[in-house]
Ligand binder design. Structure first.
Ligand code: FMN
Length: 357
């Protein structure tokens, strides 16, 4: 087997990616209060179309899934119409873009939800910490535990959002099971205290993810559905007694479904998650978090991953593949404009030609 570079093509489900540099899903908060992506969003993604694959920012599948101010949704016709412009702009530059479907669960706030509702979660366990709202930082609230019939409804929302994503021209969808949002709240023992079939054993805690994935697969076909997980990420007050067991169990359950890819951003030092999980997954394996060109080259050359996912570097370097190829210097990202409205720090990072001029 000859070793691969970041610039070799790779298959991900239905698609042939033109390189192995994937743009990570990143919330940028440039939507309006109705969750409609704003006029700059198409330009932002189109600028980054030379990635092998773009994974969109987290998009909520229903009004109850919204987690942050000015984030976009995928449950109204107006949202679908706006996303059509984004996907068309990416396709016009020869790019591929998947929609990341993100339900925030307990990491939301009544000020963001219909009728000032309490956020929902597997169990009524309040996360430590606070969330940013337009009224300032607010401590997290105690969520309301979903009833079993409601879990089925939320699974249905993932299917409906998948249908809308395809109608909006997305090439596929990514199920966001990372970063302490709703699916990870089910996966993790600290936030999942249920005593029904959705809680307890690792298999039971994985049930919500498996059911939601199956619902998305029924709409899009497995070869247009990916999943992101972040073992041992402690963000959003997530904890689990045995994450290696939890994620090995999950990946065993989903590993033979023919998914487009498994996207893993590992945290914690005790387990080599790429070594543990890649052999359990039949399909393309994406690795991310904290990568630079050297680390990514190593991961792909050694076969530990099939492609490398870059977040922050794609924020500040719209032409990241060209820069890596040329060995050119990289722009530094300005974190103060990650989530602020407007063009600054969003569509104004220079590409190489512009930097040279
Ligand atoms: C501004 C910003 C927003 C992010 N939003 C999301 C998101 O919506 N969904 C998600 O899965 N991860 C999100 N992430 C995490 C990234 O996808 C990625 O896993 C993380 O940044 C680590 O990769 P990096 O070291 O290359 O930046 C976000 C990261 C950043 C910097």
């Amino acid at each position: 087997m000859t070793s691969k570079t970041l610039f070799d093509t790779v298959r991900a489900g239905r698609y042939e990616l033109r390189n192995r540099l994937v743009m990570a899903p990143m919330t940028r908060s440039r939507a309006d209060n109705e969750g409609v992506p704003g006029p700059l969003v198409a330009e932002y993604y189109a600028q980054r179309a030379s990635a092998g694959l773009i994974i969109s920012e987290g998009i909520y599948p229903s009004a109850m899934g919204k987690g942050y101010v000015r984030t976009p949704g995928l449950h109204t016709d107006a949202q679908v119409e706006a996303w059509k412009k984004v996907t068309a702009a990416v396709h016009a530059r020869g790019g591929l873009i998947f929609a990341q479907i993100m339900h925030a669960g307990r990491i939301s706030d009544p000020s963001l939800l219909p009728g000032q509702a309490l956020p929902v979660a597997p169990s009524a366990v309040k996360p430590e910490g606070a969330t940013y709202t337009d009224e300032g930082m607010k401590p997290h609230v105690t969520p309301r535990a979903l009833e079993k019939a409601e879990i089925r409804a939320v699974v249905g929302e993932y299917a409906e959002a998948t249908r809308r994503a395809l109608a909006a021209g997305f090439d596929g969808v990514e199920f966001h099971a990372a970063s302490g949002y709703l699916p990870m709240q089910f996966l993790s023992g600290g936030s999942n205290r249920r005593d029904d079939e959705y809680g307890g054993s690792a298999e039971n805690r994985a049930r919500f993810t498996v059911e939601a994935l199956d619902a998305m697969i029924a709409v899009a076909g497995a070869d247009r559905v990916g999943i992101k997980i972040s073992p041992e990420m402690a963000f959003n007050d997530i904890s689990d007694a045995n994450p290696a067991e939890t994620y090995a169990t999950l990946v065993q359950l989903i590993g033979n479904k023919g998914l487009a890819y498994l996207h893993v951003t590992p945290y914690g030092k005790s387990t080599d998650y790429h070594a543990l999980l890649k052999p359990l997954f039949k399909g393309t394996y994406l690795a991310g978090a904290g990568l630079d060109q050297d680390k990514a080259t190593q991961l792909v050359a050694s076969g530990k991953a099939d492609a490398a996912v870059f977040g922050t570097l794609f924020v500040s370097n719209p032409d990241l593949p060209q820069r890596f190829l040329a060995g050119a210097p990289l722009n530094a990202a300005d974190s103060s404009t990650f989530y602020t409205p407007g063009a600054k720090g969003y569509i104004d990072y220079p590409v190489l030609e512009a930097a040279a001029a």
